[in-house]
Design a protein around this ligand. Structure first.
Ligand code: 0O2
Length: 218
């Protein structure tokens, strides 16, 4: 149970995470709009942000066997601020990752590639923990943000798996576990086929463009 003073302190801490999320969202919007302008192409389908609730933070600290304190939360809970970036194709996921990590004020402190190395249940995503500065009236704070990047198809799978997991926890029936794994494999195949299809279509449009050039020069 938190007293009034503690509630105020936690609210202040969460405010910093909210500002960090605002910064990351703005960065992603700028990158997407710039690419739309220059190349007429958006690598990002959509972005979702969320701040973990104080109850969620307390529960995660307790699960990790840590004392509930603001300091432990800031040090050990790295997904207080979470951003999920949904892209059309796997190539876009890595493209957005490259753009994020090359921003001057972004420090990538951890990378987990569950696309190249899916989890045993089939989960695929690229996870980053980044640290970015936020500039307050009297100080600069360096705030951690978890970014999950995945394709629309991977997101479709992960949303259903998340719901199923919360229903069964560790008692998931074997048949459900197997179906989740086999649908994850289908998702992987679908992503690869969609990418091949897109590349093939791109080749056609490039040829049309090349074919057009002499006509344009005439
Ligand atoms: P929620 O409810 O989404 O916030 P850590 O956070 O570093 O202590 P871990 O497991 O090492 O714990 O981190 P990891 O692997 O980077 O996973 C963190 C988040 O990724 C999870 O947050 C989920 O959002 C997502 N995730 C990881 N594995 C799975 C999975 O198998 N299925 C689905 N659907 N999502 C997954 P939380 O806090 O567990 O949950």
């Amino acid at each position: 149970m938190m007293d009034k003073q503690m509630v105020m302190e936690w609210a202040k801490m969460l405010m910093s995470y909210k500002f960090a999320l605002d910064e990351v969202s703005t960065k992603l919007t700028i990158l997407n709009e710039e690419l739309q302008f220059i190349q007429n192409y958006n690598p990002i389908e959509h972005v979702k942000t969320r701040i973990k609730s104080p109850e969620g933070i307390v529960e995660k600290l307790q699960r990790k066997g840590l004392e509930v304190s603001k300091e432990n939360a800031a040090e050990h809970i790295r997904d207080i601020a979470g951003v999920r970036v949904i892209c059309s194709f796997t190539t876009d996921v890595y493209r957005v990752y490259d753009m994020i990590r090359s921003q001057g004020d972004v420090e990538v402190i951890e990378l987990k590639d569950y696309i190249k190395h899916p989890k045993p249940n089939g989960y695929q995503s690229l996870h980053l923990i980044i640290q970015i500065p936020i500039f307050l009236s009297d100080r600069t704070e360096h705030v951690k943000v978890e970014i999950q990047l995945r394709t629309i198809a991977m997101d479709f799978w992960a949303s259903l798996e998340h719901k199923i997991y919360y229903q069964f926890h560790d008692d998931m029936p074997e048949s459900i576990r197997e179906q989740l794994k086999s649908t994850a494999d289908m998702i992987n195949m679908l992503d690869r086929r969609m990418l091949r299809l897109k590349e093939e279509v791109q080749k056609f449009s490039d040829e049309v463009e090349v074919g057009k050039q002499p006509a344009l020069q005439m």
